[in-house]
Design a protein around this ligand. Structure first.
Ligand code: 5GP
Ligand code: ZN
Length: 113
């Protein structure tokens, strides 16, 4: 049994607010959002970081990014959006299952630097 929390979210054994799912990718709301509408997109397969992703896996994941970004744009009407992806603890990675952050931005005081 996996101890990876994002594997558990992908398989549904750990609850999350999923907003998109297909055969290889899941998108869900970050449990501690840095701004309203903060979403994480993950591969269903366990990949620790960008170095473990194949080009095809990366392409599959990024293929859904415009769709998710537009869902967030519709729902939260942000003024902007950051895409962020951390690899390794020094880079800020805390969960060691690849994830891409989509962070809607509202204004300079929205809480995210
Ligand atoms: P990192 O710093 O690794 O790039 O980002 C990890 C992200 O995962 C953080 O934004 C954190 O709030 C989020 N996170 C950690 N544990 C959980 C969880 O159990 N559920 C959800 N939905 N998000 C989580
Ligand atoms: Zn995992």
């Amino acid at each position: 049994m996996t101890s990876c929390i994002f594997c558990k979210i992908a398989e549904g054994s750990l609850p999350s607010e999923k907003i998109y799912e297909d055969e290889s990718v899941v998108a869900f709301m970050d449990v501690m959002p840095v701004t309203k509408g903060h979403v994480l997109i993950i591969p269903k397969a366990h990949r620790e970081n960008i170095y473990e992703m194949t080009a095809e896996e990366a392409a599959n994941l990024f293929q859904v990014v415009p769709k998710i970004a537009n869902i967030l744009k519709e729902e939260f009407a942000p003024a902007g959006m950051n895409l962020l992806q951390n690899n390794g603890a020094p880079a800020g990675q805390a969960v060691f299952h690849f994830h891409l952050h989509l962070i809607p931005r509202y204004d300079e005081t929205d809480g995210f630097q």
